[in-house]
Design a protein around this ligand. Structure first.
Ligand code: HEC
Length: 156
């Protein structure tokens, strides 16, 4: 007798879920660039090799950001970004640069990520433009794709 679909399907799903759970870092990283991108207006004269390279290199940095997002070593108190901002929630990159009370001036999103690393995670402030800050910015921006740019809206 052939095993019925009711048995085979759940069994396959269970195996897939087990594989996904056994490598959370990899699963999260793959997740990061799976969803479709938006619609872009692109010059037809653009070199296809450059278009491909731009996408590949950017995707690499987004995936690095996705892994860092769950990294508890960024700070010293065992927290990671994901605990307070699940999948980039409430980071509102589309509202930066904007005035933030903590700085008393208009700041870029990387400056504010540093604020969270220091104040919320008790870590060391990182150099603006560092690989880590750029990756975190790329990931949260990717997760916010489709949002309307509205500079200066207070958050979170
Ligand atoms: C312990 C909780 C906590 C952790 C961990 C944390 N944040 Fe935050 N984050 C906050 C809070 C609270 C605010 C709101 C602060 C404010 O707006 O003044 C915030 C605000 C932000 C904002 C600005 C949102 C806005 O609209 O102004 C960004 C960007 C951000 N976090 C990124 C990050 C990143 C990236 C990480 C990891 C490196 C991180 N946060 C880790 C609590 C956290």
């Amino acid at each position: 007798m052939k095993p019925s679909i009711q048995i085979v399907l759940p069994a396959m799903l269970a195996v897939l879920v087990t594989i996904a759970q056994s490598s959370p870092g990899v699963a999260a990283a793959d997740e990061a660039t799976k969803a479709p991108r938006g619609i872009h207006v692109q010059s037809p004269k653009l070199d296809p090799a450059l278009v491909r390279k731009t996408q590949e290199e950017t995707d690499k940095v987004i995936r690095r950001g996705a892994a860092l997002w769950k990294d508890r070593q960024l700070g010293t108190n065992g927290q990671n970004c994901n605990m307070c901002h699940p999948s980039g929630a409430a980071t509102h990159p589309e509202t930066f640069p904007k005035f933030k009370q903590q700085f008393g001036r208009v700041v870029t999103v990387q400056e504010f990520i540093n604020w969270c690393i220091v104040a919320a995670m008790r870590g060391d402030s990182q150099e603006i433009g560092s690989e880590d800050l750029t990756a975190l910015e790329a990931y949260q921006a990717y997760e916010s794709r489709g949002q309307i740019m509205e500079i200066g809206v207070p958050g979170p």
